[in-house]
Design a protein around this ligand. Structure first.
Ligand SMILES: [Zn+2]
Ligand SMILES: [Zn+2]
Length: 345
């Protein structure tokens, strides 16, 4: 029978509907073919003059090439500063300047690689670049929230095949993040414990949804998975801020990301997916809200969501906010654990 499930960290309801009888083979994907190829690709090695000037570079040892580059997005969603005085706030038609920044992390000079193809060293360099840019943007007082995300495949919103992630820093904390912070704070105020640490312990005790664990990270399919084969990755040690990872955790995360995406590829083929890093907003106190975020370092726990895009969001989801997922996360975890993975780092 299908069931409603509520997520402990977001109060969101999903509908798990297993009688739709889906198997992994129903979702198998073939190689993505939406690409013009390396010659027309602005992210390929040799085409550096097609992009805006670099913000970050991890150089190759020969001094000429590079392993990872970060550039401003040529078509940014937000601009770093306002070009006019602030608008008066209207009760019904509120608007603010679109202040923020939008960067692209080019994750490899090689055109058609994705995370499952990367070696551990390359993935560590990418995690270093993520962390370095997070740190810089979090220290900028104009920005309140920094989101790093990765779209792979057209169904996931990617317009270029070349491996890349994006970072958007915004001057407003998004509603979804506020809601999650509120739930985490309320839990901490009641129990003086981190909701996410407790959830991780409950998942480890239960075991049914665990996909992988190593010394530094635990991977599972959430009880309230909205999509088939949705995966979350949590650092085992409590930490609210992605950019404060120690070196051994960066290595652990690189291994975990490669392993997780290899499991998905082995099971489902070249699956379109979104990857999102969820971390705390800037904790600098603002006028009008002094200290309101001071418990967040204890109450919030950063994590990563990997969301394969195998089902479509349609009228029911838009109208209700509920998602219908035909693949119970307990079954998804079993399939992912059983997936044959070559060369686990
Ligand atoms: Zn390319
Ligand atoms: Zn925690």
């Amino acid at each position: 029978m299908s069931e409603f499930r509520r997520g402990a960290t977001n109060n969101r309801w999903v509908i798990i509907a297993p009688e739709r009888g889906c198997r992994p083979s129903d979702f198998e994907q073939r190689r993505i073919e939406y690409d013009a190829g390396p010659n027309a690709c602005p992210f390929c090695a040799g085409n550096e003059d097609m992009t805006p000037s670099e913000l970050y570079r991890d150089p190759a040892p020969d001094g000429r090439g590079w392993h990872v580059r970060v550039i401003p997005n040529k078509y940014p969603a937000l601009m770093p500063y306002a070009d006019s005085a602030p608008e008066p706030i209207s009760r019904f038609f509120e608007r603010r300047h679109g202040v923020g920044t939008h960067e692209v992390i080019i994750e490899s000079p090689v055109h058609n690689h994705d995370i499952p193809d990367f070696c551990e060293e390359q993935m560590i360099r990418i995690v270093e670049a993520y962390s370095a840019r997070f740190k810089v943007l979090m220290e900028n007082l104009s920005f309140r929230y920094v989101l790093l995300f990765r779209n792979h495949g057209t169904e996931a919103g990617a317009s270029l095949l070349h491996p890349h992630s994006q970072i958007i820093a915004t001057s407003i904390v998004p509603q979804q993040v506020r809601s999650s912070l509120r739930i985490a704070k309320a839990y901490y105020e009641r129990k003086e414990r981190c909701l996410f640490c407790d959830l991780m312990l409950a998942e480890l005790r239960n075991g049914e949804r665990i996909v992988d664990e190593n010394d530094d990270f635990v991977t599972w399919t959430p009880y309230d998975s909205r999509f088939p084969f949705e995966i979350v990755i949590y650092p085992r040690a409590h930490s609210h801020d992605f950019s404060t990872m120690a070196d051994h955790q960066k290595v652990g995360l690189a291994r975990t990301l490669i392993l997780t995406t290899r499991r998905l590829r082995s099971l489902l083929g070249d699956v379109p997916y979104n990857l999102v890093i969820e971390t705390t907003p800037s904790l600098t106190a603002r006028p009008g809200s002094p200290g309101s975020r001071s418990i967040l370092p204890h109450a919030y726990h950063w994590h990563i969501a990997v969301i394969p895009r195998l089902t479509r969001v349609a009228g029911f989801e838009l109208g209700t906010g509920f998602y219908i997922n035909p693949m119970p996360p307990e079954e998804a975890a079993k399939h992912l654990r059983d997936a044959a993975v070559q060369g686990i780092p």
